[in-house]
Design a protein around this ligand. Structure first.
Ligand code: HEM
Length: 444
């Protein structure tokens, strides 16, 4: 599989993860008996409808038997009943784009009640209208280009090195867990100034794994179900954020807000008029949106690249060239300009080099959604991937220890955790100063 196909697949999988449940209901409540011109489909069993079939795990390199059968029977747009709600499912890129771009005008985003219950009623993923706009502005403010180029750029590299330099020569471990560590630590630092490796950060990361598994699960609130466990994790995560928030308010003596930390929580406390309940849901969902998708992307990159030595070689050449040019000019630290040179990595040049790849129309390619809900973290996500890949290909070779593959549950997961064995490249042109690694580790 070429790097281009990899990127397309990866993006589609992730956008499916986000959009699968983002079934857009017409404002007019359509029912089976309404005179509306509904597409064909099957409403399934009372209440549960077709939810069980829809949630049946499938290999993430396919669209799954449920989708395949429905598309071949009813076409790319069909009606169903999912998560206890009448739903129109669309895998038609044109219609999906039209819906996303007309949100708030012709369509209104709504999640099934069960998912809203887990994300929280004030989560920006669930909010519509003015409240969504205000919360979106907060997240945009937190992810401005200026912040990305200065603070976030350095933090992304620091966190990459923190993870990669902890790998022991010739060791094997679960790459999925390492990718999660990287993206979670980065977000936890920027949202709440949590330090990586600390027990509280580790505990929070664990709660998020349970939380994520329940966001996209059958809404069965019984002991032992993924849904019940996720509700429990949600409560624990909220308590954690609340404690952190109360500490901040106490530390700032109530009136000296300038002393608040320069992270998202500090910014919101200083600059917004949101209530406590609203801030809690906002922080919870930003931490969720900001780490889960990126870690899946990185795990998939590690997985697909392992099967494609030519792409790894091409990547290595691109990154070696960048590092060698720096050496010649006497520069050491990676800069924003270097990042901009990572063209193959960012897949801008992939079309040229992968002659077998079928180019999808750019209009059909929506890995980050679209319209008023276009992902606010897309630039950060691309930066994370590029910097992680930069150091990965220059420092290591890796092989799968045993076969594993990505499954859609429909959240994406490697059942064995993507076990890999690594070998440090002796000839690595990346002559990172020992002191800068020490700095990174001391800072953590
Ligand atoms: C490869 C990584 C990522 C992918 C594929 C991705 C994909 C998406 C998609 C498809 C949406 C739209 C959801 C919808 O229509 O309701 C979205 C929304 C969002 N994403 Fe990302 N995302 C990624 C990384 C990130 C990161 C790193 C952040 C950082 C905080 C982030 C923050 C957000 C936020 C806040 C929203 C909600 C935007 C809104 O409702 O206005 N995402 N993302």
């Amino acid at each position: 599989m070429s790097a281009f196909e990899l990127f397309i697949l990866l993006s589609l999988l992730i956008s499916t993860l986000f959009h699968a449940f983002n079934c857009i209901k017409r404002r007019t409540q359509a029912t089976d008996s309404s005179p509306l011109n509904l597409p064909p489909g099957n409403m399934g069993w009372p209440f549960i409808g077709e939810t069980i079939g829809y949630l049946r795990p499938y290999s993430a390199t396919t669209i799954g038997a449920f989708m395949e059968q429905h598309i071949s029977k009813f076409g790319k747009i069909y009606k169903s009943n999912l998560f206890g709600e009448p739903t129109i499912v669309s895998v038609d890129p044109g219609l999906n784009r039209y819906i996303l771009q007309n949100e708030g005008k012709l369509f209104e985003c709504s999640y099934p009640r069960s998912i809203g219950g887990i994300l929280g009623k004030w989560s920006m993923l669930v909010q519509v209208g003015d409240m969504h706009r205000d919360m979106r502005l907060i997240s945009l403010n937190f992810l401005t280009n200026a912040r990305l180029k200065t603070q976030l750029f350095r933090e992304v590299e620091k966190n990459t090195l923190w993870v990669l330099d902890s790998w022991q020569e010739s060791s094997s471990f679960c790459a999925q867990e390492e990718a999660k560590k990287f993206t979670f630590n980065l977000m936890a630092k920027h949202i709440m100034s949590l330090d990586p490796g600390k027990p509280e950060t580790e505990q929070l990361k664990k709660e998020y794994v349970t939380f994520m598994k329940g966001v996209v699960s059958a809404p069965l609130n019984f002991p032992g179900t993924a849904y019940r466990k996720a509700l429990k994790s949600r409560a624990i995560i909220l308590k954690f954020i609340e404690t952190r928030m109360d500490e901040r308010i106490r530390k700032s003596d109530g009136d000296d807000v300038e002393r608040l930390e320069d992270d998202l929580l500090g910014w919101v406390l200083k600059n917004s008029t949101l209530s406590k309940e609203q801030i809690l849901d906002l922080v919870l969902s930003l931490l969720f949106a900001g780490h889960e998708t990126s870690s899946v992307s990185i795990a998939l990159a590690i997985y697909f690249l392992e099967a494609c030595p030519t792409a790894v070689q091409q990547l290595r050449e691109e990154h070696e060239e960048i590092v060698n040019a720096k050496k010649q000019s006497g520069e050491k630290d990676l800069t924003w300009d270097d990042y901009k040179k990572m063209e193959f990595t960012q897949c801008n040049a992939c079309g040229k080099s992968s002659s077998n790849a079928t180019m999808p129309s750019p209009n059909n390619f929506m890995p980050f959604g679209g319209g008023p809900r276009l992902c606010t973290g897309s630039e950060l996500a691309k930066l994370e991937m590029a910097i992680f890949i930069h150091h990965l290909v220059l420092k290591y070779e890796w092989k799968l220890v045993e076969s594993d593959q990505a499954f859609a549950y429909p959240y994406l997961d490697f059942p064995k955790g993507l076990p890999i064995r690594i070998r440090r490249l002796k000839q690595s042109c990346y002559n990172l100063k020992k002191s800068s690694i020490d700095n990174v580790q001391n800072n953590h």
